[in-house]
Structure formats: structure tokens, C-alpha cells
Write a protein that binds this ligand. Structure first.
Ligand SMILES: Cc1cc2nc3c(=O)[nH]c(=O)nc-3n(C[C@H](O)[C@H](O)[C@H](O)COP(=O)(O)OP(=O)(O)OC[C@H]3O[C@@H](n4cnc5c(N)ncnc54)[C@H](O)[C@@H]3O)c2cc1C
Length: 397
């Protein structure tokens, strides 16, 4: 049992760690509880074989991620930043890699493009809004698969206004970047900050109020007591944990759907790979939503491909599909890694759900962050965490 804790944060993904960063910098003692064996959540940089890394989840940070960049600056991490080099995405059509413009119908695109001047995003789904902009056939053949690649799930029903927000770009930072060791270098560094303790393999399974604070029960029987409670968990997990503690918030959270993503990453010697240099592959109606490569930070010896699969296939079937797409034999795979995660499946009306959560939070002693407020992008997580940290610091006595 830990005492004298100011804040306990549940979930050590980027959202929980950004919140912990701000609160710890203000002098509060923070414990982060994480069910997995390592912090990071969707930030998972697989570091094998020796001296090599590749991404199993998030992969790209941008110079428009201003809130995240202020944390990177505070951590002195700029010297580990690596520019992502340009490489093309290709579509996988009938077993062949094709350029994306090759699949677009240009007459349909030109006939639809005038909609760009009159269409509004508000209250429209992604399929409705972008379908009008590019034409229905182009939407189906090209743009819908591209969106599914970005969000690792069909994104047709997402609210159009939640995507592609205008953000200011920092000119002193490469347009897109990662870190030596992968994006997980960032979460590892936050987790090691003074004032923050991260406890892994700590699955939280119950919450209660006690003496003006909170008791957090961890699977295996341990419990933690803290004055303030911050949740940075997938929405369904947060909903379950808050069911009796904050029923209105739990009800709102439980209406957020999620999609499961099963990722398999493989590494092979560059001499065995005959695919051209690629940033990624966009499939059309396949068992996976996207392939992300390490080619944007090229390595002389090795290449890596991470396939983000739909739920439901066996690992064996997935490896068969990976071999078919990459042209590699099983005996040429130097390493196979797996990772499971989930992402919110946003739909119209989502902004109302987020507002409903926020309506019940003030003075509850509870703080909630995650990728289901402003949006799924890392910067949306960072902005939400900064906002909740500021509320916590202002409310805490
Ligand atoms: C494949 C993929 C690629 C992506 N690429 C990009 C990209 O390039 N750029 C970008 O901007 N965004 C990208 N995103 C989106 C972005 O990475 C995520 O939205 C963001 O990282 C989510 O962070 P989070 O902390 O909110 O959630 P998570 O990372 O899901 O963290 C939640 C944490 O809670 C833990 N947890 C769950 N239950 C419990 C429990 N009961 N007790 C304790 N801990 C628990 C989980 O183990 C997890 O570590 C990508 C997402 C995916 C899946």
C-alpha cells in the first residue's frame, strides 16, 4: 500500500504519461499504474534484433504537434530526434503494388472538386463529406482504404470535423520525425522523469472513494491510495471502472465504441526483400488495414514491415499473408513480434459525448484523458492531458 501520493494515473500510454509529466513538473508525486509489462500503450517500438528497432504502433510525429513538442523540449530530447525521410505509400491491388493516383478516376475527381468550395464538415461523416469531394467511386476505390489505413479500421462513420485539424507548424522542427530507438523513446523518457513512478504489470480492477481520496485496487490484491485520480484508459475500461464511482461519466464513456487492432511486425535482411523502398502499403478489402515500414529511417542491413490486422485471424494465417505480400519466406524472417491495442471508433455526435463527460468532471476529484476527446492523434492526447493537468493543479488543495 502506497501513501502520501498526490495523484494516481491509470494507464501509461502517451495520454497518461503527458498528464503525469505536467503534474510532476508542478511538484506533485505521481504514480502511474499500467497493466502491460512496459509503458507506452500504442507507443511500442520493438527493439530487436540488436541495434535495430521498428514500430508496432504509432510511428510519426509532426512539427504541428506543438503541445507534445513543448514536452520534448522540456525533456531535452531534441538531440535524439530523427527526420523521417520521404518514401511513397503504395496501394495493394490484386496482389500488385500500384501508385495511389493510378487508381483515381481523374474525370470524377475534377467533376466533384468544386464541392470543396461549398461543403461543410460539421455534422457530416467522413464518407459523406470526402465522398462528395472526390466522387463516390474514388471514395470507394482510393480514399476509404486510405482512411482505413490511417485509423486502422473503416473510418466511414467518423465525424469529418474531427480530422485534419489546422495546427501551427514549428519551422525549427522537421515536418515529420521520430527518435533514435523509435517513438517509444519519448514515453520511456517521460516514465523515467523525477517525481513519476511507473508500476507495470499492475492491472487496475476496482476503484472506490475513501477519506476524501481514492483507493485503487490492483489485480493480485495490492491497493494504492491517492488524493486525486486520473484515468488514461481505453473508454470501455474507464467506463467499467467508474460504473459505481461516477455513473454519469461511466454511461457517457460506455457509448464510445472501440476497434481492436492486432499488429504483427517482421524483420528480414534487406538483401532478401525485393519490394521497393516504401513508407507503407494501403490494402483494398484485405485481412489487414495497413503496413508500416522502417524504410523512412533506412537501415543498411535490415528492413521491417508491421502489418495492422483486423481481429480474428490466427498468427499462422497472418504470417502467411505477410509472406505473400512481402515475397519473403518464413525462413527469411529474422524476427516476428506481435502487439494488440485498441482505438476509438468515433461517430457523429461524439463531441456531445465528450461534452457530457466534461460536464460531470469538475469537483469530482477525477481527471480523464485519452484519444477520445479532441481526436485520435498523439497531439490530441497531449492537448487533452495538458488541459486535465491544468484543471487538477488548479483544483487541488
Ligand atoms: C497502429 C497505430 C498507429 C498509430 N500511428 C499514429 C501516428 O503515427 N501518429 C499519431 O499522431 N497517432 C497515431 N496513432 C494514434 C495514437 O498513437 C493513439 O491514439 C495514442 O497513442 C493513444 O494513447 P493513449 O495513452 O490515449 O491510449 P493507449 O496508448 O491505448 O494507452 C492506454 C494504456 O492503458 C493501459 N490499460 C488498459 N487497461 C488497464 C487497466 N485496467 N489498468 C491499468 N492500465 C490499463 C493499456 O495497457 C495502455 O498502455 C496510432 C495508433 C495505432 C494503434
Amino acid at each position: 500500500m502506497s501513501d502520501n501520493l498526490d495523484v494516481v494515473v491509470l494507464g501509461a500510454g502517451i495520454s497518461g504519461l503527458c498528464l503525469a509529466h505536467h503534474v510532476a513538473r508542478a511538484g506533485r508525486k505521481v504514480l502511474v499504474l499500467e497493466s502491460a509489462a512496459q509503458p507506452g500503450g500504442c507507443f511500442r517500438s520493438e527493439r530487436q534484433p540488436a541495434d535495430f528497432w521498428f514500430e508496432m504502433g504509432a510511428h510519426t510525429l509532426y512539427n504541428s504537434y506543438g503541445s507534445l513538442l513543448s514536452i520534448i523540449d522540456e525533456l531535452g530530447l531534441r538531440d535524439r530526434m530523427l527526420t523521417r525521410q520521404k518514401a511513397p505509400f503504395r496501394m495493394l491491388v490484386d496482389g500488385k503494388l500500384r501508385s495511389i493516383p493510378w487508381r483515381l478516376s481523374l474525370p470524377e475527381l475534377f467533376a466533384s472538386a468544386w464541392h470543396a468550395f461549398s461543403e461543410r464538415k460539421q455534422g457530416r461523416t467522413v464518407a459523406d463529406y470526402y465522398g462528395r469531394l472526390v466522387g463516390r467511386r474514388n471514395w470507394k476505390r482510393v480514399v476509404a482504404p486510405l482512411f482505413a489505413t490511417v485509423f486502422s479500421q473503416p473510418a466511414d462513420k467518423f465525424p469529418a470535423e474531427m480530422l485534419f485539424k489546422k495546427r501551427t507548424r514549428r519551422k525549427d522542427i522537421p515536418r515529420s520525425y521520430t527518435f533514435a530507438g523509435g517513438v517509444q523513446t519519448l514515453t520511456d523518457r517521460i516514465a523515467a522523469e523525477p517525481g513519476i513512478t511507473v508500476r507495470t504489470n499492475a492491472q487496475v480492477h476496482a476503484l472506490a472513494r475513501e477519506d476524501g481520496g481514492f483507493v485503487v485496487e490492483i489485480a493480485g490484491g495490492d491497493r494504492v491510495v491517492a488524493r486525486r485520480l486520473a484515468l488514461a484508459l481505453p473508454a470501455p475500461v474507464a467506463a467499467n471502472l467508474l460504473a459505481s464511482l461516477a455513473p454519469e461519466i461511466a454511461t457517457a464513456l460506455s457509448s464510445i465504441q472501440t476497434a481492436k487492432i492486432e499488429s504483427v511486425g517482421v524483420v528480414a535482411e534487406a538483401r532478401h526483400v525485393h519490394l521497393p523502398r516504401l513508407a507503407g502499403i494501403v490494402p483494398v478489402d484485405d485481412t489487414f488495414f495497413s503496413v508500416v515500414t522502417r524504410d523512412v529511417v533506412p537501415d543498411e542491413r535490415l528492413r521491417a514491415f508491421t502489418f495492422h490486422f483486423r481481429a480474428g485471424l490466427t498468427l499462422d494465417h497472418r504470417i502467411d499473408r505477410i509472406c505473400a505480400v512481402t515475397g519473403l519466406g518464413r525462413d527469411q524472417l529474422d524476427c516476428v513480434a506481435t502487439h494488440s491495442t485498441s482505438l476509438p471508433s468515433l461517430s457523429l455526435g461524439h463531441a456531445g459525448i465528450a461534452k457530457e463527460i466534461d460536464r460531470h468532471l469538475p469537483a469530482s476529484g477525477i481527471y480523464i484523458t485519452g484519444n477520445y476527446f479532441g481526436g485520435l492523434a498523439i497531439e490530441d492526447c497531449s492537448l487533452r492531458s495538458a488541459k486535465e493537468a491544468a484543471r487538477l493543479l488548479a483544483e487541488a488543495v
